[in-house]
Ligand binder design. Structure first.
Ligand code: SF4
Length: 457
């Protein structure tokens, strides 16, 4: 099992990795399949199923699908160009992705939200179709957006191709127990093992520059969120709060007015800044998803700005450790809110962040595993019930609280010796089982929880 640090942390666009990025990635894959086909195509169609239908409008799934079919990809997404392209597509009822002439595609008629049963493979299903000159479907592919921007076709999912198939890596741990055993035998940290695995897969020079870029985008996102105010899009009239809170925190600095718990406001405000940017459709890093994108950056920023002796040279170690933990959660359970509720998103993010912080503060592999376990354990059972299908309430504040739990968990773990009762593997399996048992109402459908109990929403 190998998931690169650059699989866990991908530059993308808001508001959702599974509902915005995933469909755009699926559309790009579909266009590649059409390009490789010997046949000629004249038009495109798409249908969205399960959670992609139920919360698709709030998560901009429709827009992401249309733009994806027009050739946009998350990595280079430009919102100004996208707005212009959308207007043109609506006007001409065609898309013109690279390598094709104009393909008939009227977003009002050719993109359907199917509110029937989920497709069999996953709660986030979509079918993309290509038509001939008569408008008959001559090629189609079913894709599943399985969380964190990862996409699989129906056949890949059936083959269990969610696992890596490349060359073997030196430390192929599939569980936390294996990870600790390998660390002990090799006398290496989790980050050192992860780094060795990445290098074995050909990532050498690019590892340093790639992780530096990931942190740069994360930090830029925090800074943008701390300077933007106003109302978030989507109709819920949620006011951006990060800037106001940050301004107040800066004004109070050095005045000796604050209770010690004010440090929590700093952690919250960094995370909220990211998630407000995400909700506004800005550029974020999936960590491991967009909905949970604030927890890891907020914890890194807390470390750099508030922990004495912290240094930016340790951010790579932080990200590698986080990615190792995120890979274990993804491989053995889920990082998808549509599959297992918010425990899989903010819970996973908190486990990753806690592990990263524990590592850069000198934690042993056992303490790092303990930190991840504490953070995940205290998110178990958490549902996903976004109001109006928007990644705003409860998501924005929830990332702040996720960061606070991550820091607390790392701190608790560092005060121990790494010995603890609940192994991380047991906690991950509990999360998986809880996700299986969880009602569909609480898995990113907005059919239960806060989504149905807020007046006038
Ligand atoms: S409630 Fe959690 S899982 Fe659901 S959209 Fe918000 S952050 Fe994602």
């Amino acid at each position: 099992m190998f998931l690169s640090v650059f699989d866990m942390f991908k530059v993308g666009i808001g508001p959702s990795s599974s509902h915005t990025m995933g469909p755009m990635v699926a559309a790009a894959r579909f266009l590649d399949e059409l390009r490789a086909s010997p046949f000629e195509f004249h038009g495109l169609r798409a249908s969205l199923h399960g959670s992609l239908a139920f919360t698709g409008v709030g998560h901009a799934t429709d827009r992401a699908t249309v733009l994806g079919l027009a050739g946009f990809i998350p990595e280079t997404f430009d919102s100004v160009k996208a707005d212009a392209a959308m207007a043109e597509i609506v006007r001409t009822k065609t898309v013109t992705p690279e390598g094709f002439g104009a393909l008939a595609f009227d977003p009002r008629n050719d993109l359907k939200f199917d509110f029937g049963p989920n497709l069999p493979g996953h709660a986030n299903g979509m079918i993309l179709m290509a038509t001939d000159a008569q408008g008959d479907v001559t090629y189609q592919q079913t894709y599943y957006s399985i969380g964190g921007g990862f996409v699989m076709t129906e056949a890949e999912l059936a083959d269990g191709k969610d696992t890596d198939e490349g060359d073997p890596v030196p430390y192929p741990f599939k569980s936390a127990a294996e990870m600790l055993e390998m660390a002990k035998i090799a006398n290496k940290s989790i980050a050192e093992m992860k780094r060795t695995n990445e290098i074995a897969r050909g990532c050498t020079e690019s590892l340093r520059s790639g992780t530096a870029r990931i942190w740069q985008v994360m930090n830029d996102c925090i800074n943008k969120g701390l300077t933007h105010d106003g109302i978030l899009p989507g109709g819920l009239n949620v006011r951006r709060r990060a800037k106001g809170i940050h301004d107040a925190l800066l004004a109070e600095r050095g005045m000796n007015l604050n209770a010690p718990h004010t440090i929590n406001d700093w952690m919250s405000v960094y995370a909220m800044a990211v998630n407000e940017e995400n909700a506004a459709g800005g550029q974020v890093v999936t960590a491991p998803t967009n909905g949970a994108a604030g927890v890891v950056p907020a914890t890194i920023r807390y470390y750099l700005d508030h922990v004495p002796g912290a240094t930016e040279s340790k951010v790579e170690e932080f990200l590698l450790t986080s990615a190792a933990i995120g890979g274990l959660v993804k491989f053995n359970a889920s990082i998808s809110g549509a599959e297992a509720g918010c425990q899989a998103e903010v819970g996973s993010a908190a486990a990753m962040a806690s592990a990263g912080l524990c590592a850069v503060m000198g934690g042993t592999p056992e303490q790092v595993e303990n930190a991840a376990e504490i953070a995940l354990e205290h998110h178990l059972g958490m549902t996903c019930d976004p109001v109006k299908g928007l990644v705003q309430v409860p998501c924005i504040e929830r990332n702040g609280l996720g960061a606070i739990k991550a820091v607390s968990a790392a701190s608790l773990a560092l005060r121990g010796d790494g010995q603890h009762l609940v192994p991380l593997d047991a906690c991950i399996e509990t999360m998986r089982q809880t996700g299986v048992d969880m009602s569909e109402k609480y898995k990113e459908t907005s059919l239960g929880g806060l989504a149905v109990n807020i007046p006038n929403c």
